[in-house]
Design a protein around this ligand. Structure first.
Ligand SMILES: *Cc1c(COP(=O)(O)O)cnc(C)c1O
Length: 225
């Protein structure tokens, strides 16, 4: 077994059956993705449109591509034809744009609402209150080519595990709240995308259904976005 395959197996051994692994392959070459693919991995996450489009074209069609980075509205049309899940919907405007392009492609695109749960200023996402207000507005009911499947969040980058745990727990609680208030009876609103290489075990303890793991599988990236 090669190193990538071993790392994937190690992560998976820590995941409960309801938690899926998104292998975050950003900045890693097609050959590394192919190794993971050969080890059985089918879900890959990318955070840059250009890079994702090039990799998608070069790799097998049964890969499920997830977009996890900040998505600019003018680039939406490049990924909507093939994307399986957009984790990083951080504004009503972006959702409108995905709707428009999805309608054009005659697709329904699965999306997660990204919540700002970290203490850092720089992370994108709705605040809990912005998200409540947006959902209460009802506008999203008119987006017939979007399927809202849950929430995504990134915890503060810190060694303070209690703080990280509180942030993941807050995301889990918020997911339950909006599920009750806006998605009762919608079985597909079930996803919590939380946890990265250094904090995914805490996220799993807080109900994560999608962990996004890059460096633990593929090694350190040269650049960090
Ligand atoms: C890069 C990235 C990850 C993976 O981070 P690692 O620390 O390499 O596991 C997860 N989520 C998002 C949104 C990212 O940009």
């Amino acid at each position: 077994m090669n190193e990538i395959a071993r790392n994937i197996a190690a992560v998976k051994s820590n995941l409960p059956p309801h938690t899926r692994l998104v292998a975050v392959s950003k900045f890693h070459p097609v050959e590394a993705i192919r190794e993971a693919y050969e080890a059985g991995q089918r879900i890959f996450g990318e955070s840059r449109v250009q890079e994702l489009a090039a990799k998608q074209a070069a790799l097998p069609d049964d890969i499920e591509w997830h977009f996890i980075g900040h998505l600019q509205t003018n680039k939406v049309k490049q990924i909507v034809p093939f994307i399986s899940l957009i984790h990083s919907i951080d504004s009503p405007h972006l959702l409108q744009e995905v709707e428009k392009e999805a309608a054009r492609c005659n697709r329904t695109v699965d999306c997660l609402l990204q919540l700002h749960i970290a203490a850092e200023e720089t992370k994108y996402g709705f605040t809990f209150d912005e998200c409540r207000k947006y959902l209460a507005s009802g506008v999203w009911h008119t987006l017939s080519h979007i399927r809202l499947c849950g929430v995504m969040g990134m915890a503060t980058l810190t060694d303070d595990t209690a703080a990280v745990q509180r942030e993941f727990a807050a995301l889990q609680k918020f997911h339950a709240e909006i599920k009750r208030d806006f998605f009762a009876g919608d079985d597909r609103f079930c996803e919590i995308s939380s946890g990265m290489s250094h904090d995914y075990k805490l996220a799993v303890g807080c109900g994560s259904t999608l962990v996004r793991i890059g460096s633990f599988i593929f090694g350190e990236r040269i650049i960090n976005p």
